[in-house]
Design a protein around this ligand. Structure first.
Ligand code: PGA
Length: 264
């Protein structure tokens, strides 16, 4: 896959390879996503998982925790890398993605804390932190399965429209649409950070498998673009996923409401 992210080598209008799994609602989406992650971990107990934050994966994490408690799936040998973290927030900040991951997932599993990784948003030298993070992923042997959400503007991770497909882990400025969407997690809209460290587009695309989740009517317009437009363009960052060999989109009825007829 690495070669596909070298600009110029992508077939810019290739037929989408994205496998679409249509589910009825958010609950089913969460169960289906968790089922697939659990299958990977059970088959390969030392898997490297790429994880995401935001509203969408909360139910998936709840299901992983439930399964761990009820069926004992172990994460003892699993390594995780999260997509992103806000710049300026310390790990213990209540709004940091470190805190989100700890609350929703890590503290409930048997995963050693040292196996879990997020970019350090409070690093004094964010650019150096980006290089360190990229190198850690490489040293872990790359990501087996990356969980992804999609922004209303088509971003993946925090790679906003216009981000080159060749980008590695980097500091980015957040779009106003992203800051607005994320306001619900902050008491004061002004508190939403303006910058983040995110895995780059190339970093994400090197993942051997990708599980993209989309739920709710808010995501219907962007899924319509992703699934019905043919051009692969940085204007719609997620469009590059059409060129990846192993992408599964799990989407609920509302998110697919503008495309379902086309999918048959
Ligand atoms: P959401 O975010 O899950 O909160 O909708 C998705 C994203 O911005 O990638």
């Amino acid at each position: 896959m690495i070669s596909a992210v070298e600009e110029g080598e992508i077939d810019m209008v290739s037929k989408s390879k994205i496998q679409v799994v249509a589910v009825s609602d958010y609950e089913e989406l969460s169960r289906e996503a968790a089922r697939r992650i659990i299958a990977v971990v059970r088959q390969h107990p030392a898997s490297v998982l790429g994880l995401a934050t935001g509203s969408t994966p909360e139910g998936t994490y709840r299901e992983l925790v439930r399964d761990h408690e009820e069926h004992g799936t172990s994460y003892h040998q699993v390594t995780t890398f999260n997509l992103d973290e806000y710049v300026g927030l310390a790990a213990n900040d209540p709004h940091s993605y470190h805190t989100y991951m700890d609350q929703h997932l890590f503290r409930h599993l048997d995963i050693p804390q040292g196996n879990t990784h997020l970019p350090d948003g409070s690093a004094e030298k964010p650019e150096a932190e980006c290089r360190r993070y990229e190198e850690m992923i490489r040293q872990a042997g790359g990501i087996d399965l990356q969980l992804l959400g999609i922004g209303v503007n088509g971003h993946i991770g925090f790679n906003e429209p216009g981000t080159p497909f060749s980008s590695e882990t980097q500091v980015v400025q957040l779009d106003e649409s992203t800051r607005q969407a994320n306001q619900i997690h902050f008491e004061d809209p002004q508190q939403v950070p303006t910058h983040a460290i995110t895995m780059g587009m190339a970093t994400i695309l090197k993942s051997r498998g990708i599980l993209l989740l989309a739920s709710g009517a808010k995501k219907a317009p962007v899924l319509q673009r992703l699934l019905t437009e043919t051009e692969i363009t940085p204007d719609l960052p997620a469009s590059i996923l059409r060129s990846h060999e192993d992408v599964t989109l799990i989407a609920d009825q509302e998110a697919l409401s503008l495309v379902e007829a086309d999918l048959g």
